[in-house]
Write a protein that binds this ligand. Structure first.
Ligand SMILES: [Zn+2]
Length: 191
């Protein structure tokens, strides 16, 4: 039976690299992956392309925006996919998570979602609330804080390195971000 997977990690945990390796492996075996990403992410200059900082890998992806119906976007009536991978799912809507879960159940296709768990204020993204509740399998992609402990928090920093703790939920870009353990995050917060 197919499953809905959620692979989460902080910024800089090489989530996209893992996704791209997965896509590469499936294509090597002659299988057809459907690759999705958020229409919000233009960090690398082009919407609809997934890049990894580590490997210099990239691949094209269909973009999911607030009004996208994933079933229509990927033409499930006429196309056949062996696997679905979705990057930056924290920027998806709750409805997209439900659509992906329906695809798992109705088309018997494994769906692998990759994304952040919490925003820079330390709260779950709305789509992640849905995904955490619905995923069959949840796995953490680990990375380290500057102190050597596991990083679990995404911090948004101003030009002086101070923590920003309020503002728009979605701030796209990675220049101002850092991944910290909870202790280091809270230390910065209380300065
Ligand atoms: Zn730390």
């Amino acid at each position: 039976m197919a499953k809905l997977y959620y692979y989460y990690g902080t910024m800089f945990s090489a989530k996209s690299a893992k996704l791209l390796i997965m896509v590469y492996n499936f294509r090597e075996r002659g299988l057809r992956p459907l690759v999705l990403t958020s229409g919000l992410d233009d960090r690398f200059g082009e919407v609809g392309e997934i890049h990894s900082r580590i490997h210099g890998l990239s691949c094209k992806a269909l973009t999911v925006s607030s009004d996208t119906d994933i079933l229509k976007l990927a033409d499930f009536e006429n196309e056949r996919y062996d696997i679905i991978v979705a990057d930056e799912v924290q920027f998806f809507g709750k409805q997209h998570i439900e659509q992906l879960a329906d695809i798992v159940d109705n088309f018997n296709i494994n769906v692998f979602c990759f994304g952040l768990r919490s925003n820079y204020m330390g709260d779950l993204f709305p789509s992640i609330v849905s995904l955490m509740a619905r995923a069959d399998t949840i796995r953490e992609i680990k990375t380290v804080c500057r102190c050597g402990h596991k990083a679990t928090m995404n911090a948004l920093l101003d030009e002086n390195g101070n923590l920003i703790v309020e503002g728009n939920e979605i701030v796209v870009g990675d220049k101002q971000y850092a991944a910290f353990c909870r202790k280091c995050y809270n230390k910065l917060k209380n300065i």
